[in-house]
Design a protein around this ligand. Structure first.
Ligand SMILES: [Zn+2]
Length: 223
């Protein structure tokens, strides 16, 4: 009776046993080594592999860990679409990264869309104020308005730039998002800003990059 209860009719013990043996060999382990790792006798491992018994629930997770498989695979006696799953996961990741990159690119374009017209309009107002005949009060008002508009646009543009993508440290290549004021107050050449790196603590001209992932297309700004 006890023997009968140990048997699980739904599961193919032989198949599972062969699968355990094959995974163990893949990991370069002997039966004795695996048994030792699991603190059981190598006879127990042998019994699983020949399909005479199944690993009991208490040891299953640890066994799977050693064999580098999941419980689902162990019980199915085969790898479950791992390859398909990985490809899918990679594709999703790539698509996600592209989307973030595209969003950041659009944001940076927005920086120009917001910044450029306001700056041009401001300068035009200044020229009008300087050359067109008008009461002094209006002239001062016009210049003040132009200056405020240019400054406001610059602040908004920096805010957009700060939020879009990352800055990369020239020294340790850490990619990070600085605070708004750190960005705004940093001396800059275009979008390359002289800032302190939060990772290595050194100051350098940090360039704008679209993604967090260093290995991926980081040559957008590089010469
Ligand atoms: Zn750094």
């Amino acid at each position: 009776m006890v023997e009968a209860r140990k048997e699980v009719p739904d599961m193919d013990q032989i198949k599972i046993g062969k699968f355990i043996a094959s995974c163990r060999k893949d990991q370069g382990m002997t039966q004795a080594y695996l048994a030792d790792k699991l603190r059981i006798s190598d006879r127990a491992v042998s019994k699983w592999e020949t399909g005479k018994s199944l690993p009991d629930a208490g040891i299953m997770l640890e066994l799977c860990d050693q064999l580098n498989i999941n419980v689902n695979e162990l019980l199915s006696g085969e790898k479950i679409m791992t390859e398909t799953y990985n490809i899918k996961a990679e594709e999703n990741l790539l698509a996600m990264r592209r989307e973030v990159e595209e969003k950041n690119r659009q944001l940076l374009n927005l920086e120009i869309v917001v910044g450029a017209p306001a700056t041009v309009a401001g300068l035009v107002l200044c020229v009008i104020a300087a050359y067109v005949e008008m009461p002094t009060g209006l002239r001062i008002g016009l210049i003040a308005f132009a200056v405020v508009m240019i400054i406001a646009a610059a602040f908004i543009a920096v805010g957009i730039e700060q939020k879009a993508g990352y800055y990369e440290c020239r020294i340790c290549h850490d990619r990070h998002i600085p605070t708004y004021w750190q960005t705004n107050l940093a001396p800059h050449i275009g979008r390359t800003r002289y800032m302190k790196c939060p990772a290595c603590g050194k100051r350098s001209y940090q360039k704008k990059v679209l993604t967090k992932d260093v290995s991926d297309d980081d040559n957008t700004d590089r010469k």
